[in-house]
Structure formats: C-alpha cells, structure tokens
Design a protein around this ligand. Structure first.
Ligand code: FES
Ligand code: MG
Length: 592
C-alpha cells in the first residue's frame, strides 16, 4: 500500500499543495487543542506554522561511547537547522544501538542484532505516533542502516537516510603501517600463536607484544566514523545508496569530511522534493532496487550480513526477495574491489577516487546496475551520478569489469543436507572454492575462542571444519556476530580450517567461512546433530554444504536430540528469541 502501514489506516491528505499531510490531522482547526498546546510548548512559533508547516522527524541513532555513532546528534542539529530554513518544523530525537566492535566476542554481542528491531520500532513509533510528515534518519554502526530503512518501509512516509560516514585509517608507528579495527583482532590471534612476538623482536628492540597491542589499540580508530573496510556498515550504506534512498556520495564521504556536513545541509531541500513529489520508501524499495543492492555488494566484496539485512528490509517492504535472488546476483556479478577485509584499501581511499557514485556510474554504463530506478532526489539513479567523475583507469581499487578478481560474487548461498534451509558463505576464491575436513564441534563461540587462545587448533592437524552452534537467532539468542575466531585464524595463518556457524560473521571476517546455517541448532537443524569427526564438504562452485552421514544415521541422531532449555528467560533477548524468524528470512520479529 502506498498510503500507510496496513495495520492502521492513518488519515492522510492527498499529495498536493500542503506538505503537512499527516500532521494537519492534529494541527488544523481546534479538534486536538491539547496536541497544539504541547506543540507550542515544544517550539512551534506561531499559528501560521502550526497550521501549515510540515513536521519532519530527524532521528539520529546516537549514543556516546562508539565512534560510529558519537557524532550523530551533532549531524542531527545541522539537519534540523537546514529543515527549519525550508520553513518546516524539525523534531530531533534519537534511538539507541549497540557497538559491534565493543561487544565483539563477549556475551554482550547477543544484544547487537536485536537493536536493528529496536531502531525500526523506535522510528516507526515516533513517526506514526507523533504524526510526522517525513523522516530523516542518521544511522552509523552496522545494524543502524537496515533498522532505519525497515522503519521507513513500515511508516512509508517520505524518508532520506544520511549515513554517519566511514572512519579514517589509523597508523601504528610501532608496526610502521596503516591499521584499523580488524588489526586489533588479527594481532591478538597472531599474539596467541607467537607470530607477533617474533616480528616485534626482529623490528624494534625492547618492545613486548603487549607494547604492540597497546599501540594498536591506541591508534586503530583515529576519530568519528564507522569501521572503514567493506564491512557491514559500509556494505549497507553503499547498497542503500544504490537503492536510491540516500543522497549521492552519502556512503563514501568520511564522517569527518566537509562533504558529510554539506550532505546534512542538502538533505532538507531533498526531503522537501520527496514530500512534494510524494516519493515514498515503498516506491523506492522494489525488486529492481534490491537487485542493485545485491549486485553492488558482490562488486565491492561486502559483508555476509548484507544478505540477512536485505532479506529483512525486503520482507518489511513486502518485496519478494529470497535467497535464490541472492544466489542469482552472486552467479552473475563479478567481484572487482580491492577493499578490506580481503583487499588492501578502505572506504576513505574509494572516496578519494570519486566514491560510490563513480562506481555506480561505471556499473550503470556496463549494464550491471539499474540506472532507471527513482531516488530521493526526484531523479533517477543514472541522473544522480551523471556528473560524477569516471573512475580513473590508473586507480588500484576497483578493477575493470573485463579483469575481475573473480567472475562471480564472493557471497555464496549454500544448501545441502547440512543446511536444508540455506547458509551464507563468504568465499573470495583466495582460499580455494571447496573444502573437505573433519568436524570439530563447539557449543557457543566462546568455546572455540578459548580453544584458539590455548593454541589447541594445530596447523598440522589436517583439514578441520570448526563448527560453532547454538548461536542462531533463537539459540544465541540474537545471532551474535563472530570475528575473534576468524581473525585469530587469519592472524595465526591456519589455512587448514574452515569455519561454520548458525550465527553470523562480522563484516571484517574473511577466510573460508559459512554462517547463517538454517535450520539453526536451537531448532534441531542438522548442525545440532553433527559430531566430532564427521566429514563435512563445502563446495562453493556447486553451492553445497553436506555432511557425510547416511539419512538413517541423521534420523537416529535427530530422535535422540533434545531441545535445550532457553538460557535467557526475561528481557529484550528473551522477547527477541520468542518472536524471531529464521536467518533465511532476515531474522525479523514482525512476521515472516
Ligand atoms: Fe560500528 Fe564497526 S563497530 S561500524
Ligand atoms: Mg558488525
């Protein structure tokens, strides 16, 4: 439906001269005098503005203590001033979130994914409950972007997203190289396996590994902004720009760049255009725009979390997007980018050569992206990027289409007797495209992390498939994101292992990794039934993941399996576990 969420029919004036199509229900006449008294008290200056001015919600996903989000209240203030200069009323508010990097590897990480729903619920509640006529959302960290877009699909009022922007790169003087947040995790893996020690001793006299760790921790994150590689935040921001839901350049302007502040200024005129032309989120969230999102994610080597979030966003907007669409996009889109985690450059580097719009421009010219989709500027995606510089042939970050790193996408959708409902793998091809090894099973991520930090996984142990289970949406609960293990494995140079889980991976993860296994262990899926020593084969060409046991054996183990008691019974996580659907449908809580 174009008008409003279908669960409540909000009264809304037809598009036309007045932009206050929802708020005028309470501000025209004197039917709601209490509402008007409250609005005057909150800052509406006079009768004319009360009666005629549109009310725009400005939602920052703001909290202190996380570089991805700490600056977003200030961005909201810039937006508010700009909206008011357009003779509209701006109401600033914020939602909360949780930092992925701060929670990574600890029990707290279980709270991360469910904040996507909290953000969506919060913005939907304020937009609909306060009768706002439009919403501008300013997200920063991973879950924030899908959260604000899911809210937009629910309230379906004119909407623009301003990405909080990428962080700049850090510099370690001890290691004499550029570093970033994932250096912290990889260095600690190397530390556990003593590589760092050897390297440090050779380099700088008298430095201990803990001196090096201290130096990395102090310098990995130089200021405000979301993690700088092609991790989840930048994956979501670039994809949403390719869907036409943010202004051109939003996803590649660093948080501290002057362009980012100008974007906050420009958004006010743009939201007015959306309101005048009645451009709504559900007009922009279409099968074609999701195809753009998927294809750009493949081109840039984005995060596996993108799959989960695109499914969730599409589900919320009633767009029929499935794992098969993801598989099709991956089969037909090459992988071109030399961006972290598997490449060497960062979003800040992409920004310097033209940024996301220059990449989109090239991909539209080559017929990879749909250029004719509508966007929040009132123009098509192709028109938005027409004046941006073309990518310089000499640059090292985005390869030409004719010379890709890999002919198909790095995200593979696997099925098989291990994951009948699907699984999501990130396989760039650098580690090969198939892997067979003996299962080694861990209940919960911490058990694997502890085994790794004790050096228990040996380089000469033959091929091992390390399985982390009971970390799915219900089982975690909260489908925690794993990075410590994959980073430790990369840091330690363990090329004889693959990682498989019903949880998620951080966008910073790389190596041979398979996540989002459905059905999850807590639902009694085959991942709950594998045992140490079972042979597992992952084939990223045939797109399969299988365990070499007979159907009879699987049935025998299934009948012996007992559903574990939920270990969280109250609070946000318990509520999430009760409501959540499976990862192959986006792990959403409002019907799937
Ligand atoms: Fe926020 Fe990485 S922790 S984007
Ligand atoms: Mg993350």
């Amino acid at each position: 439906p174009k008008s409003s969420p279908d669960y409540i029919q909000f009264k809304c004036m037809p598009p036309g001269a007045h932009l206050n199509r929802w708020s005028q229900n309470i501000t025209r006449g004197h039917e709601f005098p209490g509402a008007q008294a409250m609005l005057y008290a909150a800052g509406v200056p006079d009768r004319d503005m009360m009666k005629n001015a549109a009310q725009v919600g400005v939602a920052s996903v703001w909290w202190e203590g996380n570089p991805c989000n700490t600056h977003l209240l200030e961005f909201g203030k810039i937006v508010k001033d700009a909206v008011e200069r357009q003779k509209m009323i701006a109401w600033q508010y914020n939602t909360v979130g949780v930092s992925d990097a701060i929670t990574m590897g600890s029990e707290s990480m279980r709270f991360s994914l469910q904040t996507r729903e909290i953000i969506a619920d919060s913005i939907e509640s304020v937009t609909c409950g306060q009768s706002h006529d439009a919403n501008i959302s300013i997200p920063g960290c991973d879950k924030n972007m899908p959260g604000v877009v899911m809210a937009a699909a629910r309230h379906n009022r004119p909407f623009i997203m301003i990405y909080g922007g990428t962080i700049r790169k850090g510099q370690s003087s001890l290691l004499e190289k550029e570093i970033n947040i994932s250096t912290c995790y990889e260095a600690s893996g190397a530390y556990a396996y003593d590589k760092l020690h050897a390297k440090t001793d050779a380099g700088k006299e008298g430095r201990t590994p803990s001196d090096v760790m201290e130096d990395i921790e102090r310098h990995a994150c130089p200021g405000a902004g979301a993690c700088g590689g092609m991790y989840t935040a930048n994956t979501m921001a670039t994809a949403i720009e390719a869907m036409g839901m943010s202004l051109p350049g939003s996803s590649s302007y660093p948080a501290v760049s002057p362009e980012k502040r100008r974007e906050c200024e420009k958004v006010a005129a743009a939201i007015k255009i959306c309101m005048e032309k009645d451009i709504r989120p559900r007009d922009l969230m279409t099968k074609k725009s999701f195809e753009n999102a998927l294809r750009l994610t493949m081109i840039l080597g984005g995060s596996t979390n993108g799959v989960l979030h695109f499914l969730a966003m599409a589900n919320t907007a009633d767009v029929p997007l499935t794992l098969d669409d993801v598989a099709h996009a991956s089969d037909t889109t090459p992988y071109l980018a030399n961006l972290a985690p598997s490449g060497q450059y960062y979003m800040e580097d992409l920004y310097k050569i033209g940024g996301t719009p220059s990449v989109i421009k090239m991909l539209i010219q080559k017929g990879i992206l749909h250029g004719d989709i509508p966007t929040v500027t009132g123009k098509t995606l192709a028109e938005n990027v027409a004046d941006w510089p073309s990518l310089d042939p000499g640059q090292q970050i985005i390869r030409p289409l004719e010379n890709p790193y890999k002919d198909s996408g790095h995200i593979r959708i696997l099925k098989g007797n291990f994951a009948p409902g699907g699984a999501v793998a990130k396989i760039t091809g650098k580690e090969g495209t198939s892997f067979t090894g003996k299962a080694r099973v861990f209940h919960k991520e911490h058990a694997l992390n502890e085994a790794l930090s004790r050096g228990e996984i040996k380089r000469d142990a033959g091929n091992l498939v390390l399985i982390v289970r009971y970390e799915g949406p219900k089982g975690g609960p909260g489908m925690p994101e794993q990075l410590r293990a994959s980073a430790a494995i990369m840091g330690a140079g363990l090329s004889n292992v693959a990682l498989v889980t019903d949880g998620r991976y951080s966008g910073a993860s790389h190596g041979f990794i398979v996540g989002h296994v459905v059905p999850e262990a807590a639902a009694g899926g085959p991942i709950a039934l594998v045992e140490d020593g079972d042979e597992i084969t992952i084939d990223a060409v045939a797109n399969r993941i299988d365990v070499a046991i007979s159907e009879e054996e699987m049935a025998r183990r299934r009948s012996a399996w007992k559903e574990p008691e939920p270990h969280v019974r109250r609070g946000a996580l318990a509520k999430y576990a009760r409501l959540v659907g499976d990862a192959s449908h986006g792990a959403v809580t409002d019907g799937w």
